[in-house]
Design a protein around this ligand. Sequence first.
Ligand SMILES: [Zn+2]
Length: 113
Amino acid sequence: MHEVGLAQETLDLAVATATQQQAREIRCLRIEVGQLSGVVVEALRFALETLAAGTMAAAATMEIEEIVARAYCVACGEAFDAMAQAYRCPQCGAICPDLVQGRELRLVSVEVI
Ligand SMILES: [Zn+2]
């Protein structure tokens, strides 16, 4: 379960950010997870909540948003939903394996008090 490692990294980053801001407590973590990142959102949420116990983020709300995988066509410049179109450009029919988003796991913001 690699969600545990990712959750730990994300939590460490959030705590470091909050410490830098001289916060007492973390109220909310906002995280974006790509549809094709291989991360199971519920497993990530569970890992975050478990690891957060006893830290500044113990009472934090974990807001996890799933980001749709989008591909970009180098032939015509179209960006489209990679999963829905099976990587085939709806404009020109080219196969576009390059994703512009959908594989990321990103800590978007940390709300502190
Ligand atoms: Zn195209």
